[in-house]
Design a protein around this ligand. Structure first.
Ligand code: N2P
Length: 353
C-alpha cells in the first residue's frame, strides 16, 4: 500500500507543479520544455532532476489515452514540445505531417536503445520517434474471486462476473479485445468484422462495472472487481500491491505495444526537447521511470539496474514465445476507419448502464 500512497502523493504534487507553470512563458534560466504524457507514466522526481541539472523548466500535463492526446494536439493552438504517442498513433501523426524528423546527433543516449525496438513498422526507418516503454495487453484477475483458469478473453463476457469487470476507457484496446476474441486481426478494416466486434462489446457492456483510466489500478488492488483488461506495466504495479492478483495474456492473442517519444511539428522549444529526450534515454533515468511506473524499458542497461523482482518479471519481460506468438500483433494506423472506431465506442459506452 505504501507505494500506492507515495505514487498518489507524487501525482498530486505533479499536478501542483504543472499548474504553477501554466501561464509562465519564460521558463527556467535555460528556458522550458512543454511535455504532454500519459497519466502515471513518469517518476515525477525525474522532472525535478532534469530541471536541477539543466536549468530547463518542465511544463507538464497528461492524458488518458491516445485519442484524447490527438484531439488536443491536432488543432495546433496548444503547442507541445515532447509527447508520447503509441505506435499506431505515431504512424498516424507521421502521415498527417504532425511530427518533426529527429536529429539523432542531439540524442547521444539513443545508442542505449535495444535494436529490437528500432525500425518497427510504425516508423520503419526510425526517423520520427524514440522508443520509451513497451508491453503487452492482458487480463488482471483476482485469484480469490475467480476460481477457474483464466486463459481466454471469453471470461470478460461471462455473466457470472456481472458488475465485477473493468475495461479500459480506450477505444483501440477494447475493440482489439473483441476482435481477438472473434479470431480476427486487431488491424482489420473489414466493416462486417468491425460490426461483429461492436455487437460483442455492446453485449458485454451491462457486465462492465466501469470503463476506467488510471484509477482502475487502485480499484483493482482494493478488490473492487474480479477482472480487468490491463497493460502489462499497470499489471506489474497492481501485482506488487496485492499478491491475490495475477496477469495473463489470453491464448487468442493480444496487442504488443511500443510507446514512443516524439517532437511535434509546431514545437517551440526544440533544443530543450532534445535535452529532455536525451535525459529520458539515460540508463539510470530510464530505470527510475521503469521502476516507478512498472512498464518495460527498451534499454537493457536500464533493466539491469532494476530490483531483481522487476528485472525478472515475466509480466514486464515475457518469454519470447509469448511476445513472438503468431497471434500477437502491433497496432497500425486505423485512420481510414477512424469514424467507424469512434462510433463503435460511443455506442458501446452508451450501452453501459
Ligand atoms: C500509463 C499508460 C500507459 C500507456 N498510464 C500504455 N500504452
Amino acid at each position: 500500500m505504501k507505494k500506492t500512497v507515495k505514487r498518489l502523493l507524487s501525482v498530486l504534487m505533479l499536478g501542483t507543479i504543472s499548474l504553477s507553470f501554466v501561464g509562465c512563458s519564460s521558463g527556467g534560466e535555460n528556458g522550458k520544455v512543454v511535455v504532454y504524457n500519459w497519466g502515471d507514466y513518469i517518476d515525477p522526481a525525474v522532472n525535478d532532476m532534469f530541471t536541477k541539472e539543466t536549468g530547463i523548466k518542465v511544463v507538464y500535463s497528461d492524458y488518458a489515452n491516445n485519442e484524447e492526446m490527438y484531439a488536443s494536439v491536432e488543432p495546433g493552438n496548444v503547442k507541445y514540445d515532447v509527447i508520447f504517442p503509441s505506435d499506431y498513433m505515431i504512424e498516424k501523426m507521421i502521415n498527417k505531417n504532425m511530427l518533426q524528423k529527429i536529429d539523432f546527433s542531439k540524442i547521444p543516449n539513443y545508442e542505449n536503445i535495444d535494436e529490437q525496438f528500432l525500425n518497427l513498422p510504425y516508423d520503419p526507418n526510425n526517423e520520427y520517434s524514440v522508443p520509451y516503454m513497451w508491453g503487452t495487453v492482458g487480463i488482471v484477475y483476482n485469484k480469490t474471486m475467480v476460481d477457474e483458469t483464466v486463459d481466454s478473453w471469453d471470461i470478460l463476457w461471462d455473466s457470472k462476473y456481472k458488475g465485477q469487470i473493468f475495461m479500459y476507457d480506450s477505444e483501440r484496446d477494447s475493440i482489439m479485445v473483441a476482435l481477438k476474441k472473434l479470431g480476427y486481426s486487431m488491424n482489420t478494416r473489414d466493416e462486417k468484422e468491425l460490426e461483429e466486434a461492436k455487437q460483442l462489446l455492446i453485449e458485454q457492456a451491462p457486465l462492465v462495472l466501469a470503463y476506467v483510466g488510471d484509477e482502475g489500478k487502485n480499484k483493482m488492488v482494493n478488490g473492487e472487481a474480479a477482472l480487468m483488461i490491463a497493460w502489462a506495466g499497470d499489471a506489474v504495479v497492481m501485482l506488487q500491491e496485492n499478491p491475490d492478483l495475477a496477469y495473463v495474456v489470453p491464448k487468442e492473442g493480444s496487442n504488443y505495444f511500443v510507446d514512443g517519444i516524439v517532437i511535434p511539428e509546431n514545437a517551440e522549444n526544440v533544443e530543450q526537447a532534445y535535452e529532455y529526450i536525451n535525459f529520458l534515454c539515460r540508463p539510470d533515468i530510464a530505470a527510475m521511470n521503469a521502476e516507478y511506473i512498472g512498464y518495460s524499458t527498451p534499454i537493457s542497461a536500464a533493466r539491469e539496474l532494476l530490483p531483481d523482482e522487476m528485472k525478472n518479471s515475466e509480466v514486464a519481460y515475457p518469454d519470447e514465445s509469448i511476445l513472438n506468438g503468431e497471434l500477437m500483433e502491433m497496432f497500425n494506423d486505423p485512420s481510414d476507419v477512424a469514424s467507424v472506431y469512434s462510433s463503435i465506442w460511443t455506442q458501446v459506452k452508451a450501452s453501459n448502464s
